[in-house]
Design a protein around this ligand. Sequence first.
Ligand SMILES: [Zn+2]
Length: 307
Amino acid sequence: MKVIGIDLGGTKVAAGVVNEKGKILEEVWTRTELRGGWKALKQQLVELCKDLQKKHPGVKAIGVGSAGPLHAPTGKLLDPTNFGWTSPLCVNLTAELTRALKKPVQLENDAAAAVLAESWKGGGGKNCVVLTLGTGLGVGVIANGKLVRGGRGLHPEGGHMLLHPGDASAPCGCGNLGCAEAYLSGMNFARRASKALGKETDGKTVAAQAQAGDKRALALFSEYADLLAHYLHNIVVLYYPEKVIFTGSFAETNALFLPQTRNGLETLIARRLRTLPLLPEMKVSRLGNRAGILGAAYIAINKNYAD
Ligand SMILES: [Zn+2]
């Protein structure tokens, strides 16, 4: 059995042909077409799928893991925070792609897809949280072996929990100030670093400077590590994960923040640690940047994955 898994982010879109064993037979990466609204994005997704289907006949279904908010059970995108759309705000991606491609299509939040991929092919488990550190901050949770949803079938948008309410230095794409995403996504790390350093920069450049001992770059990672520790405190007391797995391109810089984050989190939950070993194992995904494709393929293969 072959399916197509699509990882749809605010910057990049990846599509891959994946078999039922989780082997990626082919993958393509490109910039997400967002300037032309839903019409242009739909055309991009349809073309990506048609090209892959030409090379790999016999694709049975398509799964899409997308940045949210979205409603997976009905397949609707609900004005995704980092897509910058004005109209239409809400589109039924599943219905429109099914019509265009004549195949069953399934939609899921990208972080939920990533956590499902971790339990399928990565290092996840029965109690696992995935944080995607990309354009946004995505949070996918499996607790007691089940994918965690919020009420009404909606995905819990953990990136928009407030870390510092009203902090004007942290404007979030959702319209609020001080969301976790406004500090902790890779894009927002770059935005804050650019402001602090007085010139346009990106995560990779600041990471290289920090590795070379640059004090201002090290301070930016230290601030990031501390904020992430506080955020993980909130995640731990809500979901009690045994594992926290980081994906997304900014996760590659983890050596510069993870040790301090681990210590910070240990201090914040010190009292709880007297009774239970609640400090989660924290690591970077061994699936690299393919968790999104694999998770999207997983939901296409396993229709009842959320039951
Ligand atoms: Zn927000």
